[in-house]
Design a protein around this ligand. Structure first.
Ligand code: HPA
Ligand code: ZN
Length: 316
């Protein structure tokens, strides 16, 4: 089954480049940049990947991202992910990156963006993988910072096609970012947002009605609101669901409780994605495989999920 799932042509629509930083590359970049790490080695770092919630993960994710310093570092990070895409027949990808994670620690805005966009361009030419980058705002920071980030990005507007919203969800509702999303949409960018991962269904309503997003990232807590489910079905709004992430961050105690296949059968446009593959135990194929192992996903269901991901692409 693994090989069959691996060969299935698919798109990935929810993957944070900083979350694809494997421990081996993290240690390589730390050595290259002469950075001392608090972990003795790769094994000890992997052992730290045990999380009770989103925030515990984010603390380690931001700490890990500190080894990314040069354009080449961001290029190598992105290229390693694209090779994974090639190995798993991900023919199209729309990854996120968080500019503020890097500018906040003194890395010039263009360093991360240049390295990432050069690798994505090489991926198109050398690997035949189409892609579009999503510039994602950190929701734990004030909206003013997001507005500044959008302004910084404007000279590079051809390198990304959409804006997103990620980081700590609780207490940071989409309504906090209404102005910056309006501005981004006014500039012609598509919009997506994380909502309903840990946050309540109200945050999904807000993402749709106030931020006017075309896709919801995660969205699994929509199951608590029948009216919302009806709307997602009626408008065929894609949900970029991340099963291994949801169990690793204890959104669900066990994969057997994951609602993705019920949502699929009800007609919600759900897709399968890896979120932060280096931290959550696998890339897209491993996420599909977990659904087969724990929920009895059939080949026919896998085909529909993969087709949904291709249908929900937005990058030009
Ligand atoms: N949720 C919110 N923010 C994130 C995530 C996530 O799953 N991964 C990286 N940043
Ligand atoms: Zn995410």
């Amino acid at each position: 089954m693994y090989d069959w799932l691996n060969r299935l042509p698919k798109a990935e629509l929810h993957m944070h480049l900083e979350g694809s930083l494997e421990p081996e590359l993290l240690f390589t970049l730390a050595r290259r940049n002469a950075i001392d790490l608090p972990w003795a080695g790769v094994e000890q770092l992997r052992d730290a990947y045990a999380f009770n919630n989103l925030q515990e993960f984010l603390d380690l994710y931001y700490q890990g991202a500190d080894v990314l310093r040069t354009e080449q570092d961001f290029y190598d990070l992105t290229w390693a992910y694209l090779l994974k895409c090639q190995a798993q027949n991900v023919v199209h990808t729309e990854p996120f990156y968080d500019p503020q994670t890097h500018t906040e620690r003194g890395i010039p805005f263009e360093v991360a963006l240049n390295g990432i966009s050069q690798a994505l361009q090489d991926g198109r030419k050398q690997l035949g993988i189409s892609s579009g980058l999503i510039l994602s705002f950190l929701r734990h920071l004030p909206e003013e910072e997001a507005l500044k980030t959008l302004k910084q990005a404007m000279p590079y507007r051809d390198t990304f096609f959409a804006v997103g919203l990620d980081s700590s969800e609780m207490g940071h509702p989409p309504s906090k970012f209404q102005r910056v999303f309006e501005q981004a949409r006014g500039e012609g960018f598509a919009a997506v947002a994380h909502a309903g991962e840990e946050g309540p269904p109200e945050y999904i309503w807000e993402a749709l009605d106030l931020l006017k997003v075309s896709r919801i990232d995660h969205g699994v807590r929509a199951t608590e609101d029948p009216k919302l489910i009806d709307r997602l079905i009626e408008e065929q709004i894609p949900l970029t669901v991340c099963p291994l992430s949801n169990t690793k961050l204890c959104v669900f105690d066990d994969m057997a409780e994951h609602p993705i296949l019920e949502l699929l059968e009800r007609g919600v446009k759900v897709t399968v994605n890896s979120d932060d593959p280096a931290y959550f135990g696998g890339y897209v194929t491993e996420n599909f495989m977990a659904l087969h192992d724990s929920l009895g996903m059939t080949r026919e269901q896998a085909q529909r999920l993969a087709q949904n991901s291709l249908d929900a692409r937005m990058a030009p």
